[in-house]
Design a protein. Structure first.
Length: 444
């Protein structure tokens, strides 16, 4: 419908979107699968990109633009109004206002009814793209997995002689409100699913926490979230789950982070040598303390000759529990060689593709990864366990100098592998947190 302005023409066209059939990509940077996602995104844009002042079109400072959008909501349907203009500046402000002259009190927070829905706002120059929802089970979909077995973890492994911390509760209970999402799909039809972060946290501290952390995280998840009679064993999420999802851009960013940090290091009063090709740093004698377990890990060099271990365990491997505490939980090398494995990486679509929406728990909700790390600084090596929130990071537990033990506390996220023989009834709204999840009808 063409609406004549004083000096230009505005054309309004409607595109109706059913979120049961489509997702909506905006500005090539965000994909919305629900009306709530769309609203939250647009509220963020309200701060700087709208042609609004106090919610009313054409009243504020307006940049030149020849493409505007408005949207209205009704039920599960979104209508995008594309408003093409040929006007500029003040004339355009007047014309845009005239095009909505039949809409009284148009306001972002006090919406008005248009086409049976709510007209929320007007936006300049935003690119919208419809993305058809693929059939079948998708990464990020919700699924109604139900653990069976013990609902309480009462092991003494929560005590100081295993975790290094005396701050843990004496027991951890299964999180009855946990939601499960698809994390990984395999070619044989099997899938990995992951639970939302637990409401209870676990403390780890010092070399004892480093030595036992991976094993205890897996043990808690296995105890509380498995279905042992069906042959389904839960474990903690770990760095390999992220590596299976990482994109080429993510790999580049990860390597750039490590290489940049290593590039800052050179021989000094604390460092004997830096081998950038092997990503290793050798510290002088006084700064050469390490957790007991580190001597068994690939990349470690505890013999003093700079030779690193290549036939040991990886950072997510479980190990026999070590109940040593204090200085008994660590040893001293003549000259300690450490391999730089730590990195920080934002968990977004560019780095982790579709899995980013599952793995990113937000900046205020951090969870442990059952994986160790080593960070090399200019004056000490740092040992700890990885965690994730809106990015991958790490919790320091012990250092190679005489620093006291550190503690960190985060939640857990269990992971379960469902084989291809598991029978699942699919739901067409499983992509939404408020939709109906896929239903597991038989576990074997």
């Amino acid at each position: 419908n063409g609406i004549q302005g004083s000096t230009c023409t505005i054309n309004l066209t409607n595109t109706k979107i059913d979120f049961t059939k489509y997702s909506l990509k905006v500005q090539n940077e965000a994909v919305m699968s629900t009306l709530e996602d769309f609203e939250n995104y647009m509220k963020q844009r309200e701060k700087g990109n709208m042609w609004l002042e106090g919610g009313k079109p054409g009243k504020g400072a307006v940049a030149d633009a020849d493409q505007l959008y408005a949207h209205s909501l009704k039920g599960n349907q979104l209508t995008i109004k594309s408003i093409t203009t040929s006007c500029k500046g003040d004339t355009c402000k007047i014309t845009i206002e005239k095009s909505f002259e039949n809409l009284d009190n148009l306001d972002y927070h006090n919406t008005t009814t248009v086409d049976g829905g709510e007209l929320i706002a007007v936006y300049p120059g935003i690119k919208f793209e419809l993305v058809p929802i693929e059939a079948g089970i998708k990464i990020g979909d919700y699924i109604d997995y139900q653990p069976e077995g013990p609902e309480t973890y009462k092991e003494d492994k929560l005590g100081e002689s295993y975790t290094g911390s005396s701050n843990n509760n004496t027991e951890i209970t299964r999180d009855s409100n946990m939601k499960w999402q698809v994390l990984k799909k395999y070619e044989d039809g099997s899938i990995d699913i992951i639970g939302t972060p637990t409401s209870q946290n676990v403390y780890f501290k010092g070399a004892t926490g480093y030595n036992n952390g991976v094993t205890i995280l897996n043990d808690i998840c296995k105890t509380l979230y498995s279905r042992k009679e069906d042959g389904i064993n839960a474990r903690s999420v770990n760095i390999e789950d992220f590596e299976r999802a990482i994109t080429n851009d993510g790999i580049t960013a990860r390597e750039n982070y490590i290489n940049t940090e290593l590039g800052k290091l050179s021989s000094n009063s604390y460092i004997q040598s830096v081998n950038k090709a092997n990503k290793t740093v050798t510290y002088k004698n006084y700064w050469s303390w390490y957790p007991n377990l580190y001597a068994e890990e690939n990349g470690s060099g505890t013999t003093g000759n700079g030779i690193i271990k290549n036939d040991g365990i990886e950072e997510s491997a479980e190990a026999e529990l070590d109940t040593s505490t204090g200085d008994n939980a660590r040893r001293k090398a003549e000259n300690l060689t450490t391999k730089y494995t730590f990195y920080q990486l934002e968990i977004n679509d560019n780095n982790y593709g579709d899995a980013s929406n599952v793995l990113n728990s937000g900046s205020s909700s951090s969870y442990w990864l059952a994986s160790r790390f080593v960070l090399c600084s200019s004056w000490k090596g740092v040992f700890g366990l990885r965690f994730a929130s809106a990015e991958i990071g790490g919790g320091t537990l012990i250092c190679s100098n005489s620093d006291p033990a550190y503690y960190n506390v985060y939640s857990l996220r269990p992971v379960v592998h469902l084989g291809s023989k598991v029978k699942i009834t699919e739901s067409d709204s499983a992509s939404r947190v408020d939709g109906n999840p896929h239903t597991i009808t038989a576990y074997n």
